[in-house]
Write a protein that binds this ligand. Structure first.
Ligand code: SF4
Length: 334
């Protein structure tokens, strides 16, 4: 803990958040901090439900810095619900290529078609109605309803859960307790800002590793103040992958994953081959969920089996796996 935080800590015991007036003071403080300190992110300029929805879906399991360029490109390509609903799924997957978790993109596209066909192109205005659409779980429905439409619904993501468990020094943090407490703390007159402020606090101050308590706007109500145990690091596995990079006449040999594959179905990738002992032409690291892969790529002829030659121009329109896109960039193909 920094000396500034120690001074804060020494100066006052935590204030209880049990009374309505204490909760009101907490909300005011958090909202004022959010108004001054929030990051300037492209989706925060807009109240358009469509744009808010796209950002919320992209931000699931993906870092803000990685999302920003995808978000901007995606909106150039599909500026509104009608544009998204009108294109084939492959075009949406191609635009999503590299963001990962492609089930999100399929659900997004399926939901857009339903919204156009059954809701006149406008997203329903309540979390309960949103949850009837593909891809809207408890979090996404509440986030879109509160931020776009001002419905007084709390949200809990990993950031909010961590902030709450530290604020209240919960020995056993849990999602249900966090949802209930987030609902009690919620600023009902501006739920969208309040929800974003809680998430922003977790993303920029009450960090997963070391909490930055000296900068924390809600320090006076916090029961741990940096003494909370950091969350255990996720145990990661190691793996190896070998791919063949076959090129001819400015085209590359790609194969399509099965429609029934549990991971990235129907997406295009370089053919995977057995390691043959020869030194690799390219090596790189790549992480998929909890596994860190060492990836080796060897140039040569296409292996036998299904596949096709794809030109550079065609590659841009195909839904590639993130790893294949990475390899083709490294190989200066795209
Ligand atoms: S940053 Fe520190 S003071 Fe603020 S909520 Fe997190 S642990 Fe508490």
């Amino acid at each position: 803990m920094t000396s500034k935080a120690q001074n804060k800590s020494a100066a006052s015991a935590p204030v209880e958040l049990g009374s309505p007036s204490a909760r009101q003071a907490f909300r005011r403080r958090l909202l004022s901090w959010y108004g001054r300190k929030r990051r300037n992110l492209p989706w925060r300029d807009s109240r358009d439900p469509y744009r808010i929805w796209i950002s919320e879906v992209m931000l699931q399991q993906t870092r803000v810095s990685a999302v920003v360029p995808y978000y901007q490109r995606f909106l150039q390509q599909f500026p509104d619900m009608q544009a998204l609903a009108a294109v084939p799924e492959q075009a949406v997957l191609a635009a999503w290529s590299g963001l990962g978790y492609y089930r999100r993109a399929r659900a997004l596209h399926a939901a857009a078609k339903i919204v156009v066909a059954e809701h006149g192109g406008e997203l329903p205005r309540t979390a309960a109605a949103l949850r009837q659409l593909p891809g809207f779980g408890r979090y996404t429905a509440a986030a879109v309803a509160s931020i776009a439409y001002g419905e007084p619904m709390p949200v809990v993501d990993g950031n909010v859960e961590r902030v709450l468990s530290r604020l209240f020094a919960w020995a056993e943090p849990g999602r249900d307790a966090a949802w209930s407490m987030a609902g009690q703390l919620l600023a009902r007159h501006c739920p969208g800002d309040f929800n974003q402020a809680m998430m922003e606090l977790g993303a920029t101050v009450c960090l997963p590793g070391e909490a930055q308590c000296a900068r924390c706007p809600v320090f006076r109500w916090c029961n741990t103040r940096g003494r909370g145990r950091p969350k255990k690091q996720e145990r990661r596995r190691a793996g190896h992958l070998h791919y063949r990079l076959a090129q001819r006449d400015r085209a590359v040999w790609l194969v399509q994953r099965s429609r029934r594959a549990s991971l990235m179905p129907s997406m295009w990738e370089l053919p995977e081959v057995a390691k043959n002992g020869a030194p690799a032409d390219l090596t790189l690291r790549h992480s998929i969920t909890v596994t860190d892969f060492m990836v080796e790529v060897s140039r040569g002829e296409p292996p036998s089996g299904r596949g096709r030659w794809v030109t550079r121009a065609q590659v841009e329109a195909l839904p590639l796996t993130g790893l294949t896109r990475k390899i083709l960039r490294r190989a200066n193909f795209i």
